[in-house]
Design a protein around this ligand. Structure first.
Ligand code: DGI
Ligand code: FE
Ligand code: FE
Length: 190
């Protein structure tokens, strides 16, 4: 399938706002891919598909994951915001026949990040933070950081997410913590 076809596939699943977000993330991902040596076409595909299951009601997401035989950890079960990435990956694999492991993992880890992220995973994770539709205090600084140094930008994004989760007494997924720790250790020596 090409980009236009993927756009047509995701449209019925998403609100107008989320559809627009997906296009913006896809564009940001292509740009970052060119800069950081990931495959721009894969970045475009991962970007347009990354939130495909995001607007499905949580109970239905849970039901679909059950049907797919997906087993969640205790923390994942307690964190509904993580479900769309897990379910989305299975959906694009099973229903859209995406077989490329790099694309699948970029979608899979776009919310938490993880240790040893590939270039494409990093690109999508960051594109989701700095896409043109994003408008939160500090987004401009993060956009600039992403242009300059990927590790700096990733650490900023991850620390923001972790602080926000902790402030709200939400569980933090080990993948999020491992991504943060790995980059924090790298940055310590930079
Ligand atoms: O789907 P988007 O809104 O575009 O962005 P996203 O997939 O990065 O989701 C962001 C949400 O996910 C945000 O509300 C924080 C939440 N999140 C990210 N990492 C974790 C998490 N929630 C929990 N409980 N634990 C995490 O480690
Ligand atoms: Fe998402
Ligand atoms: Fe997103």
């Amino acid at each position: 399938m090409n980009f236009e076809e993927y756009k047509a596939v995701i449209k019925p699943f998403l609100s107008e706002k989320r559809y627009h977000h997906s296009i913006c993330v896809s564009e940001a991902a292509v740009e970052l891919a060119k800069k950081y040596g990931a495959d721009p076409l894969k970045a475009q595909t991962a970007g347009i598909l990354h939130d495909i299951m995001k607007d499905i009601p949580p109970e239905q997401q849970l039901e679909k994951m059950k049907q797919y035989g997906i087993k969640l950890t205790e923390i994942e079960l307690a964190a509904p915001k993580l479900w769309h990435a897990i379910l989305g990956t299975e959906y694009i694999k099973k229903e859209l026949h995406i077989e490329d492991t790099e694309i699948l993992n970029a979608v899979r880890y776009h919310t938490t990040g993880r240790k040893n992220m590939t270039s494409l995973e990093r690109v999508l994770f960051m594109a989701d933070f700095i896409s043109a539709d994003r408008d939160y205090p500090g987004v401009e600084e993060l956009r600039q950081a992403a242009q300059k140094d990927m590790d700096t930008a990733l650490l900023e994004g991850l620390s923001y997410t972790i602080a926000d989760l902790a402030n709200n007494k939400k569980p933090i997924h080990p993948d999020t913590l491992e991504a943060y720790n790995q980059i924090a250790l790298i940055m310590k020596d930079k």
